[in-house]
Each structure stands twice: as structure tokens, then as C-alpha cells.
Design a protein around this ligand. Structure first.
Ligand code: PDD
Length: 286
């Protein structure tokens, strides 16, 4: 059984209880982060903490813990649960005011709810999907307008995943006004004539921590990068496609809406970026 963290306590997972009045539960009023763990170490931890602070700030929520405490909890959980590869999930909600009300509670009297737990995923690096690539479908992006905030409102991404499954695919790319925004829980890229194309940062997409790292490593490796929106037609005519996230790292996409990308197998750019990502991010793992 896992040990989890809840509001200052380390508990067996079946003893960690949250109020029915918690605003995370009633209103999806909370933010989260997922930090990957490789060789028992946290990948890109500083990036995830920076984004957490930004998400909290954008929602007028107080950061309930200091940097050292966040790091300590992450490390304790990885250690006690003996996670070698996998991740740490963190969630902060606006707490449980003791009743349902649209008005935000006073943070002085209603402290945030803080939950962290680990997910152990042996063999994450050599996943089957990384070798074969994944198939995606496109679906309308009907999410709210602040996708740059990592909130726990994940119903539509969850539905998009189910639509993909129903179509015999692995994931969905979301499309708004004719252009791909991002994947259901990852950032989306195509490669054409050696150039990496991915949507530019705005409130339309989550500012992926893996995205930032991969683009930095790609630039260092003298690869061409273009940050701009692209269409599904352009993606289907690309040489390669791929996604990035803290749980999938760099994973090739080999089919979009039934059309094979390139040869229909992972190309050279995505697997190379995946390798570089592991190599470089391990150097700063803590
Ligand atoms: N999802 N876009 C969306 C909508 C996401 O939910 C995620 C991450 C990303 C990639 O961000 P990062 O590289 O920082 O993981 C992009 C996490 C992994 C999840 O919900 O499980």
C-alpha cells in the first residue's frame, strides 16, 4: 500500500480522507502538477514548482508551502514508496469551507487542501508506445479559455481520451478554429524537412515543462524550431509528429485521423529528441 501526503501528514492511502465540501471536489477549484521520477530522482522539479506558483497566482490562491517543504515531501514520498520510475502527483485545492458557495472562502479561515501521491511505473523509459508510436484522432477543443493554468478540470480531456479509445486510437489532438492547440494531456508537434513545428505559447495551451526542456535541447543541438499553430492537414502531410509530457516524455505519433504520418513508423527526430531528453534531464534530476 502506498504512503500518501495529506495536509501535513504521511498516511496509508486508504486513511487519507478529504471533506465532501472540498472545493476541488465540488467545483474543480484546484491546480495540480505531475513530476516524473527516473532512477528515483525528480525530473525538471524547478520547472514544475515555477508553474505551480504561476497556476496558484492566476487563481488568487496562496502557495501553502515553501520551496524546501515541497521538495522534501516529493523526496520523502519517492523514498518511502521506493519509486524508481514513475511520477509524483500534487494537488492544491481552495480547501473545504464547510458548505457549498460560489464565492471563494477566506484563505485565513479555510486553508488549502494539499495532496501528493506517487505512481510507480516500471519500464517507463522503454515503453511500447515509445517504440511503435501512438495513433491520435482530432476532436474539437471545447475547453475553457485559460488552459495555461493547470487546473483539475479534466472532464473534457478525459472525454477526448475516451473518444480516441472508441476510435481504436491512443489519444486525441484538440483543434480550435482549424488549428491544433495540444494533445488531451500533452503538447503536440510536427516535423517537416527537419524543422520542428509546435504551437506558440499563449492562454490556449498548457506551457509544458517537457516542451520547454525539449525545445531548449533541440536548439542546443542546432535543430530548426518554428513556434506557430498548424492544422491537421499540415500534420498529416508532415514527415513526423510527436507529443511531449512529464508522463510520456517524447513519444512519436504515427497516425492522425487514420492517415499515416511519414512511413507510419517513428521517424528519426522524435526518437533522437527522446534520447537527448533523457540524457540531459537526468543531469539536473534531484
Ligand atoms: N499533463 N498539455 C496538457 C493539456 C497537459 O495536461 C499536459 C501535462 C501537458 C504537458 O505538460 P508537461 O510537459 O509539463 O507534463 C500539455 C500531465 C502529465 C497530466 O495531466 O497527467
Amino acid at each position: 500500500m502506498r504512503t500518501v501526503y495529506l495536509n501535513g501528514d504521511y498516511l496509508p492511502e486508504n486513511e487519507a480522507m478529504v471533506s465532501i465540501f472540498d472545493r476541488g471536489f465540488l467545483m474543480a477549484d484546484g491546480v495540480y502538477e505531475v513530476t516524473s521520477v527516473l532512477d528515483g530522482k525528480l525530473i525538471d522539479f524547478a520547472g514544475h514548482m515555477a508553474r505551480l506558483k504561476r497556476s496558484l497566482g492566476e487563481l488568487d490562491m496562496i502557495n501553502p508551502l515553501g520551496d524546501a517543504e515541497w521538495l522534501d515531501i516529493h523526496r520523502q514520498l519517492v523514498r518511502v514508496n521506493e519509486v524508481q520510475s514513475g511520477g509524483v502527483y500534487l494537488q492544491v485545492t481552495r480547501g473545504a469551507p464547510g458548505d457549498r458557495d460560489f464565492v471563494f472562502p477566506d484563505p485565513e479561515t479555510t486553508p488549502a487542501t494539499v495532496v501528493l501521491f506517487t505512481q510507480s511505473k516500471p519500464g517507463l523509459i522503454d515503453s511500447a508506445q515509445a517504440k511503435t508510436g501512438i495513433k491520435v484522432i482530432s476532436v474539437d477543443d471545447i475547453r475553457w479559455g485559460r488552459r495555461d493554468i493547470k487546473t483539475v478540470q479534466l472532464l473534457y480531456p478525459s472525454m477526448a481520451k475516451m473518444m480516441a479509445k472508441a476510435a481504436g486510437c491512443d489519444d486525441a489532438w484538440l483543434v480550435e478554429d482549424g488549428f491544433v492547440t495540444e494533445g488531451s494531456s500533452n503538447n503536440a508537434y510536427i516535423v517537416k524537412d527537419g524543422r520542428i513545428i509546435t504551437r506558440d505559447l499563449s492562454n490556449d495551451i498548457l506551457h509544458g515543462i517537457t516542451r520547454a526542456a525539449v525545445l531548449r535541447f533541440a536548439r542546443e543541438a542546432q535543430m530548426d524550431i518554428e513556434e506557430r499553430p498548424f492544422t491537421i492537414d499540415e500534420a498529416q502531410a508532415a514527415d513526423e509528429a510527436f507529443i511531449t509530457s512529464a508522463t510520456m516524455f517524447v513519444t512519436p505519433v504515427v497516425e492522425i485521423d487514420g492517415a499515416k504520418i511519414g512511413t507510419g513508423t517513428p521517424g528519426t527526430v522524435a526518437p533522437r529528441l527522446r534520447e537527448i531528453y533523457f540524457e540531459e534531464s537526468r543531469k539536473t534530476a534531484i
